[in-house]
Design a protein around this ligand. Structure first.
Ligand code: NAD
Ligand code: UDP
Length: 343
C-alpha cells in the first residue's frame, strides 16, 4: 500500500515562490495540488519540480475565481490546507491598471475563500508583502508597525489581510498564517527552477543577473543620494528556498493551532544596491555595468525586517547568505538564459 501524504492546495504554484515552495512541501512530506492560470508562469515549472523531487504534483490550469473549476479539483483532492500565492505583483502596473490588480488579488481571494469555506478547508497561508508597511519610519520593521501601503498593489494585500482578520473573527475554527515577505531572490540550488520575469524585470536581482549574462546592457541604479551606507537603496533580500521553508513552518503551525498570525519573512539584514552588484560580480566573475540615474518614484531608502517573531513563533530563521543567493540566481540564469522558454 502506498503512503498517502496530506494534500495542500497551492494557488499560483507554477510561479516563482510557489514552485520553490512546492519543492519544500514535497520534501517535508506534503503533496501539493497546484492551481494556476499561467498568466505569469510556464507549465515547464511543474516538470522541473518533478525533476528535483522525483514527484510530479497534480496541476490544474484554473483561475482562483473559477468556483466550479476549483470545486472539481477539490472533489478529486481532499486538501487539508491552502497556500495562496496566486495574484498580480507588478507595482507599476497596479498604478496604471488598478482595477486589474484589485480584481485578481482582492476579488480572486474572496472567491477562493468562499470556495474553500464551502468545502470546509479552513487552514490557509497567505502571501502578503512588506510593502504593506509603506515607508516605515523605524528599522527593523516589526509586525506591529502601521499598515500604510503607498500603491494599489500594497493596498490589495492590506485589504486581503483585513478580510482574513474579519474571517477568523467570524469563524474561530480557522487557522490563517499571513506571511509578509521582504525581498525574495535566488533560485533552487539545482538551477531547474527560478525567477522568470516577462519582459524587462522590475526588480533588482533579475535585472542584475540579466546584465551579467549579457541579455541587458547595463543596470540603472535608481538613486545614490539616499541616507544609507553608500547612498543607494537598502533592502532585506531573502533566499527563495529559505522563504519556502518558512511556508512549511507556517503550514505546520496552522495545522496545529487556530487563529490568525502575521509574521515577517526576512533575514533582518539590509544590503545596498551597490553591495548586490559587487556580490554578483564576485560570484559570477562577470562585470555588471551600471549607471546611476534618478530615484524611482515611490521607493523608500531602507527596508529590512525584524525577523524575531518568525523565529519565536515558527522557529524559522533564514539560513542562506547573500553569496548563496547570488550563486543560485546565477546558476539558474546561466542554465536558462531566457527563462523557461528556451528549452
Ligand atoms: P509569480 O507571478 O511568479 O506567481 C504568481 C502565480 O499566480 C503565477 O504563476 C500566476 O500565473 C498565478 N496567478 C495570478 N493570478 C491568478 C489567478 N487569478 N488564478 C490562478 N493563478 C493566478 O509571483 P511570485 O513572485 O511567485 O509571488 C507569489 C505571491 O507572493 C504573490 O501573491 C505576490 O504578490 C507575493 N509576493 C511576492 C514578492 C516578490 O518579490 N516576488 C514579494 C512579496 C509578496
Ligand atoms: N533598483 C535599482 N534598479 C533596478 C531595480 C531596482 O536600482 O533596475 C533598486 C531599487 O531602487 C531598490 C532596490 O534596487 O532600492 C530593490 O528594488 P526591487 O524593485 O528589487 O525591490 P523593492 O523596491 O520592491 O523592495
Amino acid at each position: 500500500m502506498t503512503e498517502k501524504f496530506p494534500e495542500i492546495l497551492v494557488t499560483g504554484g507554477a510561479g516563482y515562490i510557489g514552485s520553490h515552495t512546492c519543492v519544500a512541501l514535497i520534501q517535508a512530506g506534503f503533496m501539493p495540488v497546484i492551481v494556476d492560470n499561467l498568466s505569469n508562469s510556464h507549465p515547464l515549472a511543474i516538470s522541473r519540480i518533478e525533476a528535483i523531487t522525483g514527484t510530479r504534483p497534480a496541476f490544474y490550469k484554473c483561475d482562483i475565481a473559477d468556483d466550479a473549476g476549483l470545486r472539481t479539483v477539490l472533489e478529486c483532492h481532499p486538501c487539508v490546507a491552502t497556500i495562496h500565492f496566486a495574484g498580480l505583483k507588478a507595482v507599476g502596473r497596479s498604478v496604471s491598471e488598478p482595477l486589474e490588480t484589485y480584481r485578481d488579488n482582492v476579488c480572486g481571494s474572496l472567491s477562493l475563500l468562499q470556495t474553500l469555506r464551502s468545502r470546509g478547508i479552513n487552514r490557509l497561508i497567505f502571501s502578503s508583502s512588506a510593502t504593506v508597511y509603506g515607508g516605515a519610519e523605524h528599522m527593523p520593521i516589526p509586525e506591529t508597525a502601521s499598515i500604510q501601503p503607498t500603491n494599489p498593489y500594497g493596498h490589495s494585500k492590506a485589504m486581503i489581510e483585513q478580510i482574513l482578520q474579519d474571517l477568523v473573527t467570524a469563524a474561530p475554527d480557522m487557522a490563517i498564517g499571513v506571511l509578509r515577505y521582504f525581498n525574495p531572490v535566488g533560485a533552487h540550488i539545482s538551477g531547474e527552477i527560478g525567477e522568470d520575469p516577462q519582459g524587462i524585470p522590475d526588480n533588482l536581482f533579475p535585472y542584475v543577473s540579466q546584465v551579467a549574462v549579457g541579455r541587458r546592457e547595463k543596470l540603472l541604479v535608481f538613486g545614490d543620494d539616499y541616507d544609507t551606507k553608500d547612498g543607494t537603496g537598502v533592502r532585506d533580500y531573502i533566499h527563495v528556498m529559505d522563504l519556502a521553508d518558512g511556508h512549511v513552518a507556517a503550514l505546520q503551525r496552522c495545522l496545529d493551532t487556530d487563529g490568525l498570525f502575521a509574521v515577517n519573512l526576512g533575514t533582518g539584514q539590509g544590503s545596498s544596491v551597490l553591495e548586490i552588484i559587487q556580490a554578483f560580480e564576485t560570484v559570477s566573475g562577470k562585470p555588471v555595468a551600471y549607471e546611476v540615474v534618478g530615484r524611482r518614484p515611490g521607493d523608500v531608502a531602507t527596508s529590512f525586517a525584524d525577523p524575531s517573531k518568525a523565529s519565536d513563533m515558527l522557529n524559522f530563521k533564514a539560513q542562506r547568505d547573500l553569496t548563496q543567493m547570488c550563486r543560485d540566481a546565477w546558476n539558474w540564469q546561466q542554465r536558462n538564459p531566457t527563462g523557461y522558454a528556451n528549452r
